[in-house]
Design a protein around this ligand. Structure first.
Ligand code: WQD
Length: 339
């Protein structure tokens, strides 16, 4: 069965391609390389022994998307990762986000709805919950007014998919990620942030390698265990495996509705200081950090209620926070030592 993975050379996309190939799926990747590199193909092949078909293509070009589906008419499912995802950038450049995250979704769905039976897995985010009142966060938690254009594109995307599944042959699953971290244990693929990392863990590992002088901890005056924000850090391989399980659910017609939603997390919250302590433990070195004022748009706490994914998908995270951070550290050391 041929599956299209958009953004398949990206961080979560590449790890999902590996797991799809491990399960025997034929994978074709579309990526515009705006936040990834063709080198990732070698990493995937080094792990699975199979190089996926790759087409450099910008999903904002409707004609290119139509042409792709004419040439790959046997694509029966799509896992859609390709999107811009920097919260801060989206505030300053909303139209880049609405064009890149919404138009592309519409073009993909226009192609899929022409098929007699199509499966669609959507990369969504816990950001749709904003600052949820109750922890842990369940799928029934109300979606809040988005705190950024990026978060709004995820909410709008979910609504578009809901409308389309009602009137088409498409069956879809929305996967709301918490905080993906780590790298494949082989260290053949991992997170490759372009420029200064916005996310905590790649900033920590780059600081550990001396690429950054010090980690700025955005606030320690939150109402949490130690005053720093709490998040649910999920190993990217655990996350990737959930995508394959979700796809197989649709392929095998086990889904109970045409549209289903799952939160993907560990179910455990970790503070920024706890992540730093975990890094210091696995690396054996102190991490230089300084407390600075809060970052605009950060929520105090977000971690998942994983009951639904655990029971219905029969999926559970396997890696601990320390194992995930150790894999990120191993990858960082390999990438830096190979440059
Ligand atoms: C985590 C915590 C920061 C960097 C975002 C998106 C989410 C998803 C994951 C795309 C926060 C603190 C961070 C730093 C710090 N992205 N921090 N110093 O903001 O929870 O989630 O990325 O799907 O949709 O919203 O992740 O890693 O940026 O921050 O203190 O240099 O680490 O304040 O508390 P976030 P993050």
């Amino acid at each position: 069965m041929k599956i299209l993975v958009t953004g398949g050379l990206g961080f979560i996309g590449s790890h999902t391609v590996v797991e799809l190939q491990n399960e025997g799926f034929e994978v074709v990747i579309i990526d515009n390389l705006s936040n990834s590199s063709e080198e990732v193909l070698k990493g995937i092949a080094a792990i699975t022994g199979k190089t996926p078909v790759f087409e450099k293509l910008d999903l904002r070009e409707k004609a290119s998307v139509q042409d792709f589906f004419k040439r790959h008419s046997d694509v029966s499912g799509v896992i859609h990762f390709a999107a811009s995802k920097a919260v801060g950038e989206s505030v300053g450049n909303p139209l880049l986000y609405y064009e890149n995250n919404i138009n592309t979704l519409v073009y993909l769905l226009q192609e899929l709805q022409q098929k007699p039976d199509a499966h669609f897995i959507f990369s969504s985010s816990c950001t749709v919950y904003g600052q949820a009142e109750v922890m842990p966060i369940a799928e029934t938690t109300p979606v809040q007014t988005a705190m950024s254009p990026y978060g709004n594109t995820k909410q709008i995307g979910e609504e578009i998919i809901a409308d389309v599944t009602k009137v088409s042959s498409i069956n879809a699953i929305l996967l709301r990620y918490f905080n993906p971290i780590g790298s494949h244990p082989s260290a053949e693929i991992g997170e490759l942030p372009m420029g200064v990392p916005q996310n905590l863990v790649p900033f920590i590992t780059q600081t550990g390698m001396g690429l950054r002088a010090v980690l700025s901890v955005y606030g320690n005056d939150y109402p949490t265990v130690d005053g720093t924000c709490v998040r649910d850090y999920i190993h990217v391989v655990d996350l990737a495996k959930a995508h394959v399980i979700a796809l197989q659910r649709l392929v095998n017609k086990k889904n109970s509705d045409k549209l289903e939603t799952f939160n993907l997390g560990t179910g455990t919250g970790s503070s920024v200081l706890e992540v730093i302590q975990a890094f210091e433990k696995v690396s054996g070195q102190k991490l230089p950090y300084t407390i600075v004022p809060r970052r605009e748009g950060d929520v105090t706490s977000a971690y998942a209620n994983t009951d639904k994914a655990n029971t219905i998908l029969d999926w559970k995270t396997q890696s601990t926070l320390e194992e995930a951070i150790a894999s990120a550290w191993k990858w960082e050391q390999k990438v830096r030592n190979s440059r």
